[in-house]
Unconditional design. Structure first.
Length: 446
């Protein structure tokens, strides 16, 4: 139902006209909002044109902090890891964990597998045994018809690795699926996979309609959809740290290495047993992972969806990380599926994504998988270390202090005084507000 704030042909308007329509219909001070949104336009018209092309109906840019976590040693190589995130303490925590393990052998990581998955979902009333009897012929036709699409990928060492026929008719009458595995090398490969799948759907329909093994009443197939899956359990990477317990050192509160190791492992075990804890625990892992995924122009939503599904593969949502103590060795590890790309898409178009990848040495997709998994493990280590020693709020609120001061519009002088005052005091929004008000009252009284 059209209203006074409805609009027709919005997508065809110029950017300025869209912005003008928006502020005049939804804001109390249109000119102020117009200026604010325009102030975030890129100074380079060419760069802004590229940014506008990433999405639809773009009116401005939404800046996010771009930071780095130095001192990451992964498989003996030193990295400075780019991170894009707005949450206080995440970059600091990752940096702290990197420095902690730098003198204890660093991080280790390896890629376990790199396959991605796509599916053709279809309904069919024919006899499955008939389709199975000619499935090898069908696979030959599928591969032949997609040869023009897969040629370039195959030259890079990738392509289609497996085609399976899956029967879901017990759960849903007449429902079947072609499950296809892909190797996409350094590309995320979404467009490649979907193009192959749509070709497969057309070939499947034509094959069943024309092959003599099928009766007339079996020749109709209803293709429901052809689409990649973001669940990629065979695109898996492992990251870990380990050292003798005594090398862990001592911790705040007088906690020695042995006590810390035992308490840390129990905290990880709790996250394995309890989905309430596991959810927050894994969110901490993704604080690190998402920040690097965004910085390198990859799809954090796909990574998150896949990771949470993987965490539920046993039938219960569990921790993605594990900890063991065996023969006096403390080991903390993370297995996680990460379908990433270092060529194509935003990785080439976004200037900051290009900068991030260059900072990392222009890694292959497999090397980037290892870097990102390691960052997630580091973030998790730092968070759990805080939880079982000082508590999470001490470090978090210290990092959050500046946000509170900015919210209260503190001056540089007030910020300096507040940072000194709260160095050894508990921080809360109310306590900071009271302190700033006292500073201002004292100044006004002078």
């Amino acid at each position: 139902m059209a209203t006074e704030k409805s609009v027709s042909g919005f997508s065809k308007m110029s950017k300025r006209k869209k912005l003008r329509w928006l502020v005049e219909n939804f804001f109390k001070d249109p000119e102020k909002v117009m200026r604010e949104l325009m102030s975030f336009w890129h100074s380079s018209e060419e760069q802004q044109r590229i940014l506008d092309g990433f999405s639809e109906n773009t009116l401005s840019n939404y800046p996010m902090p771009f930071g780095v976590a130095p001192n990451f040693i992964i498989n003996g190589k030193t990295y400075c890891v780019p991170m894009v995130i707005e949450e206080s303490s995440v970059v600091a925590a990752a940096s702290s964990a990197a420095k902690f393990w730098m003198n204890r052998g660093g991080f280790k990581a390896k890629v376990l597998s790199t396959l991605k998955v796509g599916q053709v979902h279809f309904y069919w009333k024919g006899k499955l045994q008939k389709l199975e009897s000619v499935f090898d012929l069908l696979k030959t036709a599928l591969l032949q018809n997609t040869a023009p699409i897969t040629a370039n990928m195959e030259q890079r060492g990738g392509g289609i690795t497996a085609i399976e026929l899956l029967d879901f008719s017990r759960e849903e009458a007449n429902y079947y699926q072609l499950k296809v595995s892909f190797e996409t090398c350094d590309s995320m490969g979404a467009n490649f996979i979907n193009s192959v799948l749509e070709s497969f759907a057309e070939t499947l329909s034509n094959f069943v309609a024309t092959h003599p093994v099928f009766d007339d009443d079996e020749k109709d197939i209803e293709i429901i959809m052809s689409i990649l899956s973001n669940f990629t359990p065979e695109c898996l990477v492992r990251a870990w740290v380990e050292c003798p317990i005594e090398d862990l050192g001592s911790f705040e509160g007088g906690i020695d290495a042995e006590a810390f190791a035992q308490k840390f492992c129990r905290a990880i075990r709790i996250a394995w047993l309890d989905p309430y804890r596991a959810t927050t625990h894994n969110k901490g892992i993704f604080n690190g992972i998402d920040a690097v995924v965004i910085a390198t122009g990859n799809d954090f939503r796909a990574i998150e969806a896949c990771g949470h599904t993987y965490a539920s593969r046993s039938g219960q949502y569990r921790s993605l990380s594990k900890c063991t103590i065996e023969n006096g060795i403390f080991k903390f590890c993370l297995d996680i599926p990460l379908a990433l790309g270092t060529v194509g898409g935003l990785t080439n178009l976004h200037p900051i994504a290009r900068c991030s990848l260059e900072m990392l040495g222009n890694p292959s997709a497999e090397e980037l998988m290892q870097i990102i998994a390691t960052t997630g493990l580091a973030q998790n280590f730092a968070a759990v270390k805080s939880l079982v020693t000082t508590g999470i709020q001490k470090g978090h609120m210290k990092m959050h202090l500046l946000n509170i001061l900015n919210h209260l519009k503190a001056t540089e002088s007030e910020i300096e005084k507040a940072e000194a005052y709260f160095e050894d005091r508990q921080i809360s929004f109310n306590s900071v507000r009271i302190f700033i008000n006292q500073c201002r009252n004292e100044n006004s009284a002078v």
